[in-house]
Ligand binder design. Structure first.
Ligand code: G3H
Ligand code: 13P
Ligand code: ZN
Ligand code: NA
Length: 281
């Protein structure tokens, strides 16, 4: 069933588990997330990056909404990392009720204004808004410790930001990175604890591909109730395609698609287990 992100996050937070938000780009991705959630009796989120929106436009948004409606577990639809008022408006008009207004690439004051404005518009549609302060990057290789820390979420700034923007969920930067971790991940849990003590809204951790079990569990204990996953699912998709197309017994189109869905599904089920949401639907 189509569910609200607010409901999913609040229930997860009350019961000390987290929701997996998976980036999807096409029918195969959508089917993989919904199948995995149904098999696991788990809630989940279908998440559309602006690049996916640019590629699939309204038909992709509508497919996500229809897939959620016909699922037998709660699924919500979310716009990921949006820096554009036009994309946010397009998603809201199409029925998306969960938005990441991502002003984190902007200077702080600009991020504050952008997030405040996008939150006000989204709230008129009864949509929930996630925002970010600090700056999650790709690989952190080559940065000094001081440079890494400068990109992390400042707890006091987080408090001011949440109060002034009225945002509903906050993505934090505590050493998490998008894509693969080129060196073993190191998360600043003391910083997360400080943010949690000051900010009483759901916290989100991006870049969950590559995070080990103990870091995921510690993050949940310290208030994270949404994890974003993209890279590992994409990699499973691409690897499966390569194998099935170039393998010894090449398969036909729908068989190849089916194998790719199964490969993504396996990764997603694994993540749902790590997030503790299995059996919660
Ligand atoms: O925020 C995630 C985007 O979809 C980019 O993900 O880490 O696979 O480049 P990536
Ligand atoms: P990964 O690509 O590291 O899984 O991060 C996904 C993400 O944060 C999407 O917003
Ligand atoms: Zn992200
Ligand atoms: Na990652």
């Amino acid at each position: 069933m189509l569910s609200s992100t607010r409901e999913l996050l609040e229930t997860a937070r009350r019961n000390a588990y987290a929701i997996g938000a998976f980036n999807v780009y096409n029918l195969e991705g959508v089917k993989a997330v919904v199948n995995a959630a149904e098999i696991s009796r788990s809630p989940a989120m279908l998440q559309l990056h602006p690049s996916a929106l640019k590629y699939g436009k309204l038909p992709l948004v509508r497919m996500c909404i229809e897939a959620a409606k016909s699922a037998n577990v709660p699924i919500s639809i979310h716009l990921d990392h949006s820096t554009s008022a036009a994309d946010i408006r397009l998603a809201l008009d199409a029925g998306v009720r969960s938005i990441m207004a991502d002003g984190s690439p902007m200077p702080y004051k600009e991020n504050l204004r952008f997030t405040r404005d996008m939150t006000a518009i989204s709230h008129k549609f009864h949509a929930i808004v996630e925002a970010e302060i600090g700056r999650i990057s790709g690989t952190e290789d080559g940065l000094t410790i001081a440079e890494k820390e400068a990109k992390m979420t400042d707890p006091l700034q987080a408090l001011e930001f949440v109060q002034q923007t009225k945002v509903d969920a906050l993505a934090v930067t505590i050493g998490n990175v998008h894509g693969e971790y080129k060196s073993p991940p190191r998360l600043d849990f003391a910083r997360l604890e400080k943010i949690r003590s000051l900010v009483d809204i759901p916290l989100v951790l991006h870049g969950a591909s590559g995070l080990p079990k103990e870091m995921i569990e510690r993050s949940i204990q310290l208030g994270v109730c949404k994890f974003n996953v993209n890279t590992e699912v994409r990699q499973a998709y691409m690897q499966s395609l390569k194998l099935e197309i170039c393998g010894d017994s090449p398969k036909d189109l729908l068989e190849i698609a089916g194998e790719a869905i199964a490969a993504m599904q396996e990764v997603i089920i694994d993540k749902l287990n790590l997030f503790g949401s299995v059996g919660k639907a």
